[in-house]
Design a protein around this ligand. Structure first.
Ligand SMILES: Cc1cc2nc3c(=O)[nH]c(=O)nc-3n(C[C@H](O)[C@H](O)[C@H](O)COP(=O)(O)OP(=O)(O)OC[C@H]3O[C@@H](n4cnc5c(N)ncnc54)[C@H](O)[C@@H]3O)c2cc1C
Length: 463
């Protein structure tokens, strides 16, 4: 194999620790032994790496890695070429402070360091370590969604290195088909090396923290959430988590509030009032005012650090926060996490954010077809051992299918799957819905030979 000459770094198994470090992913199950890892120093390096992969016989599989947090193996390759975009992480606020340019290998923490310093905000992820590239090409549901929509609804323009090596700018006016496809079509149209997002006025301080209730209170908590949700504002959201915390490992329901513009703590006090009545009282509570999204995005660091690293996530979408459905999920989660110590770290998360802004965009306006009111839910199968992985994986799949079916029965609408939390075995029509035919035509236009073939694969369709 002729060597690849670039300005950046090329790592092979012979590179030792640096190679091993470059293979690391958020989930231990997402790691694969790449043939080579390319860490580009420029957009031309990205093009050169793609040309190199294409020139091999047979061509090398290409995987693109930004934050490395996707829980399938989409950002890894067994024997192929991994484009590790980590060095491309520059973030620059425009002089007029209306937009921010972020390179495609940045994590949201890189962005939040700048926005916190400059006292502005951007519609990014709830967690600092999630990559801007993967999060955004899959839609991007985050803490500012209630007020400003998805990450893709805030994207103004992007720079993409196409499969044939061309480096193109794309926006609503320039190469608009490509701009449409990368907003929700996933990473299968090119390597997005730069994204320019709309900047919003500072949305803090933020009321954030944890309220934990014992599992015995689940029905009361779920009904209180439903009551809160029916009058929630776009400035407040709750993440609801089912987990078994140490040292007792008993079922627990935890609320993680995120309240924007919480200047004197009054807004968060109002949001949390239904959960602090005489009849319902948290056994543990730590809610505080945090100054910026950078701080808030580190809030889950300690609990995530102690969670088992063998992780499979599947996301589902529900039309409403329906107590009957949520309680059925609770029972299934309790039963599964009782089966063995290996898998008791498995968890379920519901995200309840005001969907108004999300639905202000049409289903065909971006590649992401989910524009009716909806809420996402993450099913996290975790195992402490290799032996527990098959059970955690099967449970994750079964529960996702149960939720989808139950939601369809209750609402009369099948919402399919959420690309950012897919595993790759989903049918593309269930992910991209009515937008699939256009995506297939654009795949033929931008990547006819399927250089980018990781994910829920879109087959090219020649016109
Ligand atoms: C703990 C946890 C919490 C999460 N919470 C949320 C949430 O609140 N909201 C939400 O929307 N999602 C959430 N996700 C899902 C997450 O957004 C996706 O897994 C996303 O793909 C991660 O992006 P990444 O860059 O870190 O991924 P990577 O693993 O690096 O890549 C994932 C995929 O994106 C593609 N990709 C990455 N960067 C680029 C690029 N620059 N150009 C082209 N393609 C690219 C890759 O090819 C790959 O297919 C969560 C995931 C985890 C693990």
């Amino acid at each position: 194999m002729a060597s690849l000459k670039i300005e950046g770094t090329v790592l092979t198994p012979a590179s030792g620790d640096a190679y091993a470090a470059a293979l690391e992913r958020n989930s231990a199950l997402s790691q694969l032994p790449a043939g080579l890892v390319v860490q580009p120093a420029s957009y031309a390096d990205v093009a050169a790496a793609l040309a190199f992969a294409r020139a091999q016989a047979p061509p090398l599989e290409v995987a693109v890695k930004c934050g490395g947090t996707h829980s399938a193996t989409w950002a890894s390759s067994a024997g192929g070429l991994v484009l590790d975009l980590a060095p491309l992480n520059r973030v620059a606020l425009a002089d007029d402070r209306k937009s921010i340019s972020v390179q495609g290998g940045a994590r949201w923490g890189d962005v939040y360091e700048v926005t916190a310093r400059e006292r502005v905000d951007v519609a990014g992820s709830p967690l600092w370590f999630i990559g801007v590239g993967g999060f955004s090409t899959g839609g991007g549901y985050g803490p500012l969604m209630g007020e400003h929509g998805l990450a893709i609804d805030n994207l103004l323009e992007a720079t993409v290195v196409l499969a044939d090596g061309r480096i193109v700018k794309t926006s609503k006016d320039e190469e608009p088909d490509l701009f449409w496809a990368i907003r929700g079509g996933g990473g299968q149209f090119g390597v997005v090396v730069e994204l320019v997002f709309k900047v919003h006025p500072y949305a803090g301080p933020f009321g954030a923290g944890v309220l934990a209730f014992p599992g015995t209170e689940i029905e009361k908590v779920v009904h209180a959430i439903k009551t809160w949700k029916d009058s929630m504002s776009p400035a407040e959201k709750l993440t609801i988590s089912f987990s078994r915390p140490a040292p007792h490992f008993k079922p627990s329901v935890t609320l993680l509030p995120m309240v924007l513009h919480d200047t004197d703590g009054e807004r968060s006090a109002k949001v949390l009032a239904p959960f602090r009545t005489g009849a319902l009282k948290p056994v543990f509570e730590k809610v505080a005012s945090v100054p910026d999204l950078n701080t808030a995005s580190h809030g889950a660091d300690a609990s995530l650090k102690s969670a088992p690293r063998r992780l499979i996530i599947r996301g589902t979408i529900t039309s409403d926060f329906t107590p009957a459905l949520v309680l059925a999920v609770w029972q299934k989660w309790v039963a599964f996490t009782e089966t063995s110590e290996d898998v008791r770290g498995s968890a379920v998360m519901f995200d309840v954010t005001h969907p108004g802004k999300l639905t202000a965009v049409g289903a065909a306006d971006t590649a992401l077809p989910l524009r009716v009111p909806h809420y996402w839910m993450a099913i996290q199968g975790r195992s402490t051992t290799d032996e527990g992985v098959a059970a955690a994986s099967a449970w994750t799949k079964d529960l996702a299918e149960f939720v989808r079916q139950k939601n369809t029965e209750l609402s009369g609408t099948d919402l399919g799957w959420f690309i950012n939390m897919c595993q790759g075995d989903e049918r593309p029509e269930d992910v991209f819905g009515a937008n699939l035919p256009r995506l297939r035509k654009l795949k033929a236009k931008y990547d006819p030979h399927k250089v980018f073939s990781k994910g829920v694969v879109i087959e090219p369709l020649a016109e």
